[in-house]
Write a protein that binds this ligand. Structure first.
Ligand SMILES: Cc1ncc(COP(=O)(O)O)c(C=O)c1O
Length: 447
C-alpha cells in the first residue's frame, strides 16, 4: 500500500536536505571517522536517520540544539535516559557539589540510603542496591536468581530487550531458541541459557516453566522495545500465579515502563515482583540503575552477601554506586518523576496519540499508535499481541524516512522504532507540531 518507489525518492530528497542543513555536524563526523571506530563513541550512534549522526551542542528541558544551531523538540529524551527532561539545574548542582567533594571511594555516601528508601516507597519492594546501568542491574539479578534457585536457565519474552545481557539475546524461530538476529559473538548458544516465550501466551509460559529448570522470568510488564505491546486483561496475574507455582522468581524490569508513573507498572498495576530493576532515568541523565527485592529474597541473600569472597561473586563493580551516581539519583527522585510530573507529561502523550491516530484514520492506514503513561509509539500494523507479530511489521525504510522527515523539521524521534516520550518540559504546541509534521509526511507518502 506504500508505494516503495515514492518512498525511496522521498527518502533520498530528505537525505539531501539533511546534508545541506548540517555542514558542521558533517565535518565533525568526517573528523571522527579517524580515531573513533565507525566514527562514533558508541555503536548505536550510527543508528540515527541520516548519513552521519548529528553532533549535539546543548540539551535542556525538552529541547536539543545541534552544532549547526538547529533546535529540536526532543521526543527521544536519550531513549528514556532523560525522561525527566535534560540538564535539570537541581541535578547539575548536586553532581557539581559531589564532584568537588569526592566521587569514587568504594565507600557508601549518605545518598544511597535515602535513594533506596525512596525506591522502596515507589516500587513496593523493601531492599535495594545500585548499579551503573540497567544492563548491569539485570545481569546481577539473573545471577542472584540462579544462585537462589539452583536452576540454570532464565526465561524472557520473544523480542524483548533488557540491555546487552548475553542471555537475553535470543528469539524464537519455529519454536526453537536461536540467537537474536544481529547479536554479535554469542558467548554460548543462547538455547543453553534461555527459555524464550511468546508474550501474552499463558499456556506456553505454564508449559515451559513446568519443566523445572528455569530460575527466573525477566520481563517488562508491557513490551516497549519492539513498539509497545500491552499485556492482555488478566495476563500479568496469570504470570505471577504461574511463576509462583513453579518456583520461578519474577523480575520486573521497569527501566522503560517507569513511564507509567512514579513506581512504574509495578505500582500502577499492583504487581508483586520478586525483583524490580530500574535504570536510565533515575539518575537524571547520569549513569545509574537499581535493583530491588522482596523481603524473602533479601533474607535469602543475606548469607552470601556476608561471605568474604563477595567481591568475586560476579555482582558489582569498582565504580558501581559511586557517590556521583548516588547524588544524581537522590536529586532526581526527590524532584522528578513524581505524580505531579506525570500529571503534566501523560496528557501530552495522550494528545500525541490522538493526533497520530487522527492522521492514521484520515489516510485509512492499517497502523496503530499505542501509549503507556508518558510514552507513545506508532507502528505499521494493527496492535500486535506479541513481540514476533510486532517484529514482523518492522519497516526500516519507512521508519528511516519518517525519522529523517521529522528531524529535518525540528523533531527528534528515538532512532529505534517510532517512540515519542514526554517530559513536563514539553508543551501542547510541541505535540501539535509533531502531528502536523507527521501528517505532512503521510500526505507526501500517499499523495
Ligand atoms: C527494558 C530495558 N532494560 C534494560 C535496558 C538497558 O539499559 P542500559 O542500556 O542503560 O544498560 C534497556 C535499554 O534500552 C531497556 O529497554
Amino acid at each position: 500500500m506504500i508505494d516503495r518507489d515514492r518512498l525511496a525518492t522521498l527518502r533520498s530528497d530528505e537525505e539531501s536536505r539533511f546534508v545541506d542543513l548540517h555542514p558542521r555536524s558533517a565535518a565533525l563526523a568526517a573528523e571522527a571517522r579517524g580515531p573513533l571506530l565507525a566514527g562514533v563513541p558508541m555503536p548505536w550512534m550510527t543508528r540515527w536517520a541520516g548519513s552521519f549522526p548529528l553532533t549535539f551542542d546543548t540539551a535542556t528541558g525538552a529541547r536539543l540544539t545541534d552544532v549547526d544551531g538547529i533546535e529540536y523538540v526532543d521526543l527521544c529524551l536519550g531513549d528514556t535516559g532523560a525522561m525527566t527532561g535534560h540538564a535539570l539545574p537541581q541535578v547539575a548542582d548536586a553532581i557539581a557539589e559531589r564532584a568537588r567533594t569526592g566521587i569514587t571511594t568504594m565507600l557508601p555516601s549518605t545518598d544511597a540510603t535515602w535513594a533506596a528508601e525512596e525506591l522502596a516507597r515507589r516500587f513496593r519492594v523493601p531492599s535495594w542496591q545500585f548499579a551503573i546501568s540497567a544492563t548491569d542491574a539485570n545481569r546481577f539479578v539473573l545471577r542472584f536468581a540462579r544462585h537462589l534457585t539452583g536452576r540454570p536457565m532464565i526465561a524472557v519474552f520473544d523480542w524483548c530487550y533488557h540491555g546487552t545481557v548475553d542471555e537475553t539475546f535470543a528469539v524464537l524461530e519455529d519454536g526453537q531458541v536461536i540467537p537474536r538476529p544481529g547479536s554479535m559473538g554469542p558467548q554460548v548458544d543462547p538455547a543453553e541459557t534461555t527459555a524464550v516465550l511468546p508474550f501474552n501466551d499463558v499456556e506456553a509460559l505454564d508449559k515451559r516453566l513446568a519443566e523445572g529448570d528455569v530460575a527466573c522470568l525477566l520481563m517488562e510488564p508491557a513490551l516497549t522495545n519492539i513498539g509497545i505491546v500491552l499485556p492482555e486483561e488478566g495476563y500479568l496475574d496469570a504470570v505471577r500465579e504461574i511463576t509462583r507455582r513453579h518456583g520461578v522468581l519474577l523480575i520486573i524490569d521497569e527501566t522503560h515502563t517507569l513511564c507509567a508513573g512514579p513506581g512504574g507498572c509495578t505500582a500502577a498495576w499492583d504487581l508483586e515482583p520478586d525483583f524490580v530493576v530500574v535504570g536510565k532515568a533515575i539518575g537524571g541523565g547520569v549513569p545509574a540503575a537499581a535493583y530491588g527485592m522482596s523481603r524473602g529474597v533479601a533474607d535469602a541473600l543475606a548469607e552470601p552477601m556476608g561471605r568474604p569472597e563477595i567481591d568475586i561473586a560476579g555482582v558489582g563493580g569498582t565504580l558501581t554506586a559511586n557517590a556521583l551516581s548516588m547524588a544524581a539519583v537522590r536529586a532526581t527522585l526527590s524532584t522528578c518523576l513524581r505524580q505531579e510530573d506525570f500529571d503534566v507529561a501523560i496528557p501530552l502523550a495522550q494528545r500525541f496519540t490522538e493526533g497520530v491516530s487522527g492522521v492514521i484514520d484520515e489516510h485509512d492506514l492499517p497502523w496503530h499508535v499505542q501509549r503507556l503513561g508518558c510514552r507513545a509509539e506508532y507502528w505499521f500494523c494493527p496492535p500486535p499481541r506479541d513481540g514476533a507479530a510486532a517484529a514482523a511489521a518492522v519497516d526500516e525504510d519507512l521508519e528511516a524516512f519518517l525519522h529523517l522527515w521529522a528531524l529535518n523539521r525540528g523533531i527528534l524521534l528515538t532512532p529505534f522504532h517510532n517512540m515519542a516520550l514526554f517530559s513536563p518540559y514539553h508543551s501542547e504546541a510541541d505535540v501539535d507540531r509533531h502531528t502536523e509534521v507527521f501528517g505532512a509526511a503521510i500526505d507526501a507518502l500517499t499523495a
